[in-house]
Structure formats: structure tokens, C-alpha cells
Design a protein around this ligand. Structure first.
Ligand code: SF4
Length: 641
């Protein structure tokens, strides 16, 4: 069954029809049989944003290599096509074979951003599937979510059947086996398969938990079925070396974001930045062997024809032997000097002249550093222990090797932040331009500013987020401070969108009706400024008797039940609380990759360890060894475990 005959005439009437046709190099057209479990892997944003998602591409390959599964992909149709689809009764479809979404066994979404939640509802509805999980029958697909947002899935509890926590490589196989057995036994009740799924480690089935509130506060979340564990633990693959995926990265026919070969060099991060959810929930560190990285780059470039490779991770310069891998790639005689390497996530204190010199041999790509905060005091609070000299040396290395423009990323609205901290951003940027001018008259620095949103499973999960007015005031302060500086440009993210992200990131099940109302009133593509409308969200919160202030701006207390307490990212709550107290005391914590363990729980609880090729921190790193911090009033705390 395919919707192609109805879809094809509509494509001439929409923008970018290439979004919907599939046929990319690396795409599969799997054969569906009654004995195979059919997964539709979805990304709740446009094709251009969703296609490069490595998580989905990895699972797409792993599932299609199995005998008992097939996997296809889907993305959110843009509003022009959606209107035509709804007019003509064309359901959501896969881009690979244009099979209707409702014909799959599972609709599995990767959720990377809270503002995409309404798109998820829209896609389920477009599939012809009931939006609320309770209204679905055994004949309907199971709606599953994974990705970073699923660490607090409670706002979506009414809409999803199951949540996959952590690394998906092994988990998708185990879910496939449960669904295959259910199908082989004649597809009994939906409750039956949900209970079986709840027995798979790492799978959370929200409908099997009772939630109680007392006096406007969450009192408890407790399992109401024997199969449902008290606490659902995330899944972690022990070694990335066992999973050299994607082997055949998709090459789109149309322009997408991050249009390049992406090779993941390690997963996890133990630098311990206290605002960073990704770093906390993906511990421990698992490096891919350098030899495997080289062969993935080599095979990937030859197959795809890309002339750019991105080495991805949460902090790529921390990868053991990074300089050698970069050198081998740009010096590859087969590439004739045409291949550029981008390191999208670079730590300032690990960026050396050596790396700069290697990268600049080929086409130069943009350089972004993320000091995150403007003063050393603030960087101790957030545990991003980069001293100013680290930044200036990195910037000097970049400009000396021919870069003319660099980007610096900062957060405002961090705990304990003062105006002095905010204005420190302007000072840093100004100084970076001065350094650049020693090398080129056209040196410029773009300061990109985002509003801080506290996230689940971080030490800042107890912090009350800044109001929109306060965030905007800080951004204005910064703009004014830099207005006379030639060479410093300030860009900022919409503080109103930051507020909605804040509502969702620490919300509980009471938000389900809010999300549904915003969606029913037309609030989709909320990540896109032309579609975002704060009034819809605040209106829906008020209609359901919920206070924005209580959800977003209120500090949580130590004894408060948090909506994600029945889930586990591996981290002990008391470790996070102690780290929060250390933040308020402006005490930094060394990187446990190279120091004794603090027993945060991420390794000890799972009997796994960091997989790091090098026993020493990368050159230039001031954190971990405290090298390079002499003369600076640094407090690095070491806790006994
Ligand atoms: S368990 Fe110890 S070594 Fe592992 S991430 Fe936590 S603090 Fe670091």
C-alpha cells in the first residue's frame, strides 16, 4: 500500500517537494511481511532538520539489518503540504516507500527539543491515529519516544505509549522482539503488549503509573502493574567500538542542515558543566577507537562524495589523538586537499594551534567556542572552568591560522548571575576582537546568546528560571554595552520561546491538556519564529488553571518530588544536590575522566567504565589537571566518594 498516487499531484503545489520523495543515497526500501515488525522512525520537524539526525540514522540501519524488523522514516510535512493532505485525506506517510504511517507497528519519534511536542501530536493525528494513548486500539501503531527530551516525558504522558530511555542500539532490538511475539500470538490487547514492553529494561510505559498531586504539588508517581519497575533505568551501550553506525549515511537530494559526513567520535562527557543535560545523561565517556574513526571517515567520504566531515561528540577536542585524526583526514592524498574537517563542539581549553593548523589546511569552516559565561566567577558556578587565557589562546590560534570571524556562545539567566557577569561577555568579546586585529584588520566576533533553561537530571534542576523580562533586560544590557564596538555582533535567541521550553522541560502530566490545546488551536512548528506564538501557551496554561510562574520561575526544594524521579539517568540525586550546593558556593569539580570517581552513579550503577584511549587530558586543558590556572583564584573541590 502506498499513498504515492494521491501524493504525487500535490507535490507540484508545495515548496521543496524533494522533502517528500525519499530516494536518497543510502535509503532503504524494505519489504514488509506479516512476520516483520515495522518501525516508522519520525522526527517532529522538517525534513531538512530531521534528516541529519544521527540517532535516527543509526537505528534505521540497525533495524533494517535485522531479520525480524524493517524501518522507514518520516518527517513533519511543512504547513503547505499538510493543508493539502488534510483536504484530500492523504495520511502521514514514510518517505521511503510512501506507506501510510498507520500501517506500521511502531511510530517512534526522536525528541531533541521541547518546542516540537505539538508537532508530534500533529503527526500522530495526521497518521489517522488517536492522539491520546488511552483512545488507541490493538490495531493502532504503538507511539514511542526517545532522545534527550524523553528524560522528562511527563508532559507527553497522555500521548505516548512507551518511552525509550538512553542509548537505542540494543534497546530497539529488544522492543522488536516483544512486539514480534505479540504479533505472532495474534495481537492481543494493547494492555498486554504495553505490560510486556514495561518489562524491557529502559522502557517506561506512562499508563502503568499512577500520579498523585497534593496541594498543587506532585506527591508521587507509582507503578500500578507488576511489570512496571519502581524506577526505570536508562540503557547504556558499553563500547561505541561495537556500533560503527551509520555505515551508509544518507545523502539527501536537497539542502539540509549539517549537510556533511558526520562521524561520532565519542559519546558522553564528564567535564561536568552543570547546565548541560546532554553531558549528564550520556555519561560515562565512550571513545570510538581512532582507527575505527579513520576508517569510517575514509569509507564515508568515498561513498558519499562529501568534501566536509564533522567529528561529532559533546566536546570533540577531548578525543584522544584528535590532532592525528584531523591530520590524517586533511592530508589523505586521495582527497587532494579538498576535504575540510569541522569540529562542531569545541572546548576552548582544548583547542590548540596544532588543531587550528590542521583544520585550516583545507577549506575553513566556521569556528564556534562556547565559554558560556562572561566571568570566571560565573564559570565556576556552572563548572565550565575555562580561564580567560584559555579563550584568548584559542582565539589567537584561530586568527593566527587565517580565520577572520569566530563565534562565541554564551548563556544568560544562569544561577547567581549579576549584571557584572553579563557585561563580562562584552569584555571577553571585545578582547577577542583585539587579539584578532593583531592578525587581520577584519577580525570580528559574533556573540550568540541563549537564555538558560534548567533541565532534568542536572544540578540546576532545582533553579527557578529567569523571567522573559529579566532575560530580555540582560540581552539589552549586552547589546548596549557592545553597540560602539566595531567587530562585535550580538545575536540572541527569542526569550519567549525560552519560556515555553522552560514550561515543558520540568513539567508534569498536568501539561498534557496544555500541549493538546495549543496544537488544536494551530500551534505547530513552534521552533520556527514565524509560527511561534507565546499567547497560545500562556492562554492554555491559564485555561487549565496552571501557573507559569510556578512551573518555570520557582526554585524547587530538596525534598520536592520531581516529575522524573521515577526515571533514572544513572545519576544519584544526592550527587546532583551536592553539585548544586557546590555551584552556589562557586566551587568547581574536576573531570572524573582523569581523577578519582565522585560516585555520581553513571558508571558504578551499571558496572561500566569510561572508554578513553588516553590516560592524560588533552593539551591545553585547564580542567582536570588544573594546569594553566596558576595565578587565578580557582577553587577546585574534590569530594570524597
Ligand atoms: S561514576 Fe564516577 S567515573 Fe563515572 S561518571 Fe560518575 S563520577 Fe565519573
Amino acid at each position: 500500500m502506498t499513498v504515492w498516487p494521491q501524493l504525487e499531484p500535490l507535490l507540484a503545489q508545495v515548496q521543496k517537494p524533494a522533502r517528500y520523495i525519499g530516494c536518497e543515497d543510502g535509503a532503504r526500501r524494505p519489504e514488509h511481511t506479516p512476520g516483520t515488525v515495522a518501525w516508522l522512525l519520525g522526527y517532529p520537524d522538517t525534513y531538512e532538520v530531521g534528516l541529519p539526525n544521527q540517532g535516527l540514522q543509526i537505528l534505521y540501519e540497525i533495524l533494517n539489518e535485522r531479520d525480524d524488523a524493517v524501518a522507514e522514516r518520516t518527517y513533519a510535512p511543512w504547513v503547505d503540504l499538510e493543508a493539502l493532505m488534510r483536504r484530500d485525506g492523504v495520511p502521514l506517510f514514510s518517505v521511503d516507500t510512501h506507506r501510510p504511517a498507520a500501517d506500521f507497528d511502531l511510530l517512534a519519534f526522536n525528541l531533541a527539543a521541547e518546542l516540537t511536542y505539538t508537532n508530534l501530536l500533529n503527526m500522530v493525528d495526521l497518521a489517522g491515529v488517536a492522539v491520546r494513548a488511552a483512545d488507541r486500539t490493538a490495531a493502532d501503531p504503538l507511539v514511542v519516544i526517545g532522545g534527550h527530551c524523553s528524560y522528562n516525558p511527563e508532559p507527553l504522558a497522555d500521548f505516548v505509549d512507551a518511552v525509550a530511555l538512553g542509548d537505542g542500539e540494543e534497546l530497539v532490538g529488544e522492543i522488536t522482539e516483544v512486539v514480534a511475539a505479540w504479533k505472532a500470538n495474534g495481537r492481543g490487547s494493547r494492555d498486554e503488549v504495553l505490560r510486556a514492553l514495561a518489562g524491557v529494561p529502559g522502557v517506561y510505559v506512562p499508563s502503568l503509573y499512577d500520579v498523585a498531586f497534593e496541594g498543587g504539588r506532585l506527591a508521587s508517581v507509582a507503578p500500578r502493574a507488576p511489570e512496571a519497575p519502581e524506577r526505570v533505568e536508562k540503557r547504556t551501550i558499553a563500547d561505541l567500538a561495537d556500533w560503527p553506525y551509520p555505515k551508509t549515511q544518507l545523502v539527501p537530494l536537497t539542502e539540509v542542515v549539517h549537510d556533511r559526513l558526520n562521524v561520532e567520535v565519542f559519546r558522553g562527557c564528564t567535564r561536568g558543566c552543570r547546565f548541560c543535560q546532554a553531558g549528564m545523561i550520556t555519561r560515562p565517556v565512550r571513545e570510538r577507537p581512532a582507527e575505527q574513526v579513520r576508517s569510517m571517515i575514509d569509507a564515508g567520504l568515498r561513498r558519499t562524495g562529501y568534501d566536509q566531515v564533522a567529528l561529532t561528540s559533546l566536546s570533540t577536542a577531548d578525543f584522544s589523538g584528535i590532532e592525528q585524526v584531523v591530520a590524517d583526514t586533511v592530508d589523505d592524498p586521495g582527497a587532494c586537499g579538498q576535504v575540510s574537517v569541522s569540529l562542531p563542539s569545541l572546548r576552548v581549553d582544548a583547542f590548540t594551534v596544532g588543531i587550528a593548523a590542521q583544520i585550516q589546511k583545507a577549506k575553513r569552516t566556521g569556528l564556534t567556542f562556547a565559554p558560556e559565561a562572561g566571568t570566571w566567577r560565573m564559570r565556576q558556578v556552572i563548572n565550565k572552568l575555562i580561564v580567560e587565557d584559555d579563550l584568548y589562546e584559542a582565539v589567537d590560534a584561530a586568527f593566527s591560522q587565517g580565520w577572520r570571524r569566530i563565534k562565541l556562545y554564551f548563556l544568560v539567566g544562569l544561577p547567581t548571575e549579576t549584571d557584572e557577569d553579563t557585561l563580562g561577555i562584552a569584555d571577553l568579546a571585545r578582547r577577542c576582537v583585539e587579539i584578532g586585529r593583531r592578525h587581520t584588520g577584519s577580525a570580528s566576533v559574533t556573540v550568540s546568546v541563549g537564555g538558560f533553561v534548567p533541565k532534568a537530571f542536572t544540578p540546576f534542576q532545582w533553579f527557578g528560571q529567569n523571567t522573559t523580562v529579566e532575560l530580555q533586560r540582560k540581552i539589552d544590557l549586552l547589546r548596549k554595552a557592545t553597540s560602539g564596538d566595531r567587530g562585535v555582533k550580538v545575536r540572541w535567541h527569542d526569550a519567549e520561546a525560552t519560556l515555553v521550553e522552560g514550561i515543558m522541560s520540568r513539567g508534569d502530566r498536568r501539561l498534557g491538556p496544555v500541549i493538546e490545546q495549543v496544537w488544536r488551536e494551530g500551534g505547530i512548528f513552534q521552533e520556527w519564529s514565524e509560527h511561534f506564538d507565546l499567547a497560545r501557551w500562556t492562554g492554555a496554561m491559564a485555561d487549565h488553571g496552571l501557573s507559569v510562574d510556578d512551573h518555570v520561575h520557582r526554585h524547587r526544594t530538596e525534598d520536592e518530588v520531581l516529575p522524573w524521579d521515577h526515571l533514572s539517568a544513572g545519576l544519584h540525586k544526592d550527587f546532583l544536590w551536592q553539585d548544586w550546593r557546590d555551584a552556589l558556593d562557586e566551587v568547581g569539580l574536576e573531570d572524573c575522566r582523569w581523577t578519582p570517581c565522585y560516585d555520581c552513579g553513571a558508571c558504578t550503577g551499571y558496572s561500566i567504565e569510561h572508554v578513553v584511549a588516553s590516560a592524560v587530558p588533552p593539551a591545553g586543558g585547564s580542567q582536570g589537571t588544573a594546569q594553566g590556572v596558576a595565578g587565578v583564584a580557582v577553587a577546585i573541590g574534590r569530594r570524597s566518594s
